[in-house]
Design a binder for this molecule. Sequence first.
Ligand SMILES: C[S@@+](CC[C@H](N)C(=O)[O-])C[C@H]1O[C@@H](n2cnc3c(N)ncnc32)[C@H](O)[C@@H]1O
Length: 288
Amino acid sequence: MESPRKDYSSISPSAKSLLMMKGYTQIPYAHQTAQLMHGPEVFNLNFDDKDFWFWARVMHFEARYWSIDQLLKETDATNILELSSGFSLRSLDMCRKSKVHYVDTDLPDIITTKKQMINELGLESGLEGKLELLPLNALDEKAFSDITTRFDNGPLTIVNEGLLMYLGIEEKKQLCSYIHKALKQHGGQWITADIYIKRPAEVLDMMPQSKQETQFFEEHKIEENKFDSYEAAKKFFEGAGFEFIKEAVTDYSQLSAMPHLISTLPPEARDKKDGPPKIQATWMLKAK
Ligand SMILES: C[S@@+](CC[C@H](N)C(=O)[O-])C[C@H]1O[C@@H](n2cnc3c(N)ncnc32)[C@H](O)[C@@H]1O
């Protein structure tokens, strides 16, 4: 299998870009933590103009973040494992508000930086829940299994956003098998926001992409790694032993990026009745 040798840390710079975009939203701690980020980011996003496409991206990632929270609220999850969390602080937010045991994981460098950020902002105290920030390569079977033993008895909820599109089909199957095994042992569910569908050529042509972003997408085969359709995604997860439970439904009117998006909407798009094509979904899955 290729994953033990693959350098997954080449994916990590995307977490910085995401945080810098989320810094313009009401996502908990995103603004504060984004302020600590300095230097260039990998997609060479245009933070000066903040045009329609900038806000479209921000809104997409804001919606994706809340979609996981929405499905989490529909469970009684008290044991939560987040994979490839990047600089997201959902873990801290949840541990401030409730008595959950939240294990927040990503590759070692990201976790080290994230711990420094929490420390610098003085956010480590006053938690109701138990927060653990730990390094984990989600494709390392032994490390994955060891992490799941940290939880007391009771169902486990695994969450992730922004990982599957970096994984080839065999790596996806591998990750699914680790998650499946953990859910079979503990009970619980997997909430993943990574149901991305290959974008039709006209959508690809429409969206401006910097040279750096195009290069990053090509290097990581992002478009290729997406699912062909939602039906194909369902088939894939069924084949991996999962049962589809439900999909998150976004209320776009609640998103903090929405007013910005509307104010930058190009005139030709204002009169359009149909919204943007759906490119992503967040699903709750259970192990059969
Ligand atoms: C696009 S970012 C998403 C970060 C965060 N979930 C968010 O949405 O803001 C992708 C993240 O996946 C992490 N990553 C890549 N390969 C990984 C692996 N094998 N195991 C764990 N994390 C991984 C990267 O370090 C990076 O933080």
